[in-house]
Design a protein around this ligand. Sequence first.
Ligand code: NAD
Length: 514
Amino acid sequence: MSISLTQGMRTVQIDFPPSSAIFDSRPFPAVVADRGPPLSRSALRKIFVDAKSGELLSVHNPHDDSLVSDKIHAAGPEDVDAAVKAAHKAFKGDWGRKDPTDRAKAMLKFADLIREKAGEIAALETKAMGSAVATQTMGYNVGADLFTYYAGLADKIHGEAAYPSSAGKYKIIQREPIGVCAGIGAWNVSAVLFAWKAAPALAAGNTVIYKPSEKAPLGTLALGPLIQQCFPPGVINIVNGAGKTGQLLAAHMEIRQIAFTGSTATGRKIQEAAAKSNLKRVSLELGGKSPSLIFDDADLELAVSKSMEGIVANTGQICAMASRIFVQESIADNFIELLKGTFETASKGNMIGDPSLADTQVGPLADKAQFKRVMEYLEIGKKDGQLVTGGIQRGTNGLFVEPTIFKNTPNGSRIVQEEVFGPVVTVQTFKTEEEAVQMANDTVFGLSACIYTKSISRALRVTRDMEAGTIAVNDWYFPAPDTPFGGVKQSGYGREGGLEGLNEYLQTKTIQIK
Ligand code: NAD
């Protein structure tokens, strides 16, 4: 089985099975061929390894249901143990004690290589989970930016010293790496989820084992040859697999920290496995049902276009998407009419379609399970509320749905309370600021929120009262490398991005000298 991706004059062929990529020096079967210039098979042998579990996974293209690969190896207990061993050896050896400037150089080189290959690797994400290639290319570029950002922090990890003290002791507070850190990601923006974890972990001097989602493993695996060019063996290890493999990581006795991005239901299982094994540190980036509050003094055109962007981007498969709109009663009819018009214009144009085309912005949903889930929520919306536009499958080929708006949905409805993860939004109305805040906070989630108003004092008042980890004023929330991203309530805890993201991967040691 092989995939050929053509970009300009260059053809990249990826031969499968790609499997657990564990970076030590054992001979492994070659699985990636890159024509132009080709990587030697002996070089590839050092990169990919067949899983000892013998278990294989399949990926289908949600655009046309074609088989992408049915030979993707899934790591079992022996494979995960091998990855942990390699990561531990690298931590205790060269990487853990490397001069931080050298760590930074390796990370900067990796960032440059990712940028160079972003389009080609993004095409693999598109084949596996249907997201527009433009969106995924941006994702790989953001991933590269995260490595650049954290490379800049590698040599700025400082401690504290205190003297004299009442006890006459000199005190040193050191911040040190934790050891072997694991990451598990969802499928919607593989590159960002990987870089959010691996980049700060490496900058702090840890080593990493990362499991991409079984729905979109190919792009992360294609980083293998780039990783090998930049880092010593064992520093970054990619293990494939579904939930079973993730559980092995969460329960492993030698893994000291686990960072997870995915659903709230799986987050609970990770926390439980960590508690029942070695009490490893856990950080959880979970689901969301983010509100958008649109006040009567807002720039309506801006609120409409930003709401639309936030709802259809990545086919609505974004954790921070503002999927509950609350609009002030006096402008509600006008707002809904404008939003409906924008949705319908987008639906008629070229914006939605074949995700492998450079101009497409919205592709199909990720797979049949995701499509079924969204279609079920559309029925709930029709039963509990009023359909404004969309509400059906788009065409008959591919797992597309029409961007959908519901209005008059009661707050208790499942379409308002549960994460759909598709291009679907509910619109409710409010009379006062207090009512808007109360309705917006009436959810178990707290990942993100948007506020549209021209009043700076209202923006400050409302942001103070919103129960959310991230808030955008007059925009939809898009995370940046230099600021922390994460949720409150059942959207999780811990932060990725910014200085706080680095702190997740450091532990403190206090030394007293008499
Ligand atoms: P998911 O929870 O089904 O799977 C996420 C990952 O966990 C996958 O790699 C999967 O193999 C693994 N997994 C599944 N069961 C496991 C188990 N028992 N133990 C360990 N690992 C296990 O989520 P998904 O469908 O892949 O992704 C969609 C969800 O991710 C949505 O809820 C979305 O909001 C969330 N998400 C959150 C963020 C964020 O930053 N907060 C970002 C992207 C996606």
